[in-house]
Design a protein around this ligand. Structure first.
Ligand SMILES: O=C1O[C@H](COP(=O)(O)O)[C@@H](O)[C@H](O)[C@H]1O
Length: 233
């Protein structure tokens, strides 16, 4: 896949550019279809981007937000990606957006997977925007190196939008959107910060087994428009 590498002088500048791009795509989706859908990552990187996007003056009531992946913990946990989104994105104007969580209290990821996949299948068409992150081990979404379901989740033909995941590198069981569930997003962005992640990204661009650095499954997938990589030191 082609990609565009957008480098910014600061994390603030990156957050503003990424938020402006996502807001424009969501507005376009609302204007043409009457609604827009956004999938976001969790972890430590997106807070500033979320806080910037939350201020965008768009028709948030017509937007549904969901997660690229979720750690199997309740929202009272500091590890919950849903809690992060609610605290940093669904505030101010963006509080009117709908949120589709990927965690089901009382069920295991394996037991919740058919229900979550069925919910995601009710989404017609691709996401308007999907924002990926990446860990220092080359994981994106919850495509961890060595994960028990890595081949399932990264298979371009995978028909399950949601896949359960267990991996040594992940602190807890998880669920993740599969590669085909987000790869056709109108705007597909990878948001990474710091020299260490840039070095991992550069390594992932080189030859090597896809599953050793699972971000390669995204870089090697077919798309009509390039992946947009947003990076700041
Ligand atoms: O565990 C996760 O990690 C990745 C990267 O997170 P970061 O803390 O290095 O920014 C994230 O994209 C993913 O959504 C999250 O569940």
């Amino acid at each position: 896949m082609d990609f565009l590498f957008r480098a910014y002088p600061s994390r603030q500048a990156l957050a503003e550019a990424l938020a402006a791009g996502v807001a424009a795509v969501l507005s376009g989706g609302i204007a043409t279809k009457g609604r827009a859908r956004l999938a976001v990552s969790g972890g430590s990187t997106p807070k500033l981007f979320f806080e910037t996007l939350a201020k965008a003056e768009i028709d948030w009531a017509d937007v549904t937000v969901t997660l690229i992946d979720e750690r199997w913990v309740g929202e009272d946990s500091s590890r919950s990606n849903a809690a992060l989104v609610k605290r940093h994105l669904m505030q101010g104007p963006a509080a009117r957006a709908h949120f589709l969580p990927l965690y089901v209290e009382g069920l295991s990821p394996d037991d919740a997977q058919p229900r979550l996949s069925a919910l995601l299948r009710t989404f017609e068409g691709p996401f308007d925007a999907a924002i990926l992150g990446m860990g220092g081990d080359g994981h994106t979404a919850s495509f961890f190196p060595g994960a028990d379901t890595l081949e399932w989740a990264t298979n371009p033909q995978c028909s399950d939008p949601v896949v359960p995941v267990r991996a040594e590198g992940a602190e807890e069981p998880r669920v993740t959107l599969s590669l085909p569930a987000f790869i056709d997003a109108r705007l597909l962005a990878l948001h990474i910060e710091g020299e260490e992640k840039k070095a991992v990204f550069d390594k992932a661009r080189a030859d090597g087994p896809t599953l050793d650095l699972p971000i390669r499954s995204v870089l090697r997938a077919k798309r009509e428009t390039p992946l947009e990589v947003f990076w700041a030191p």
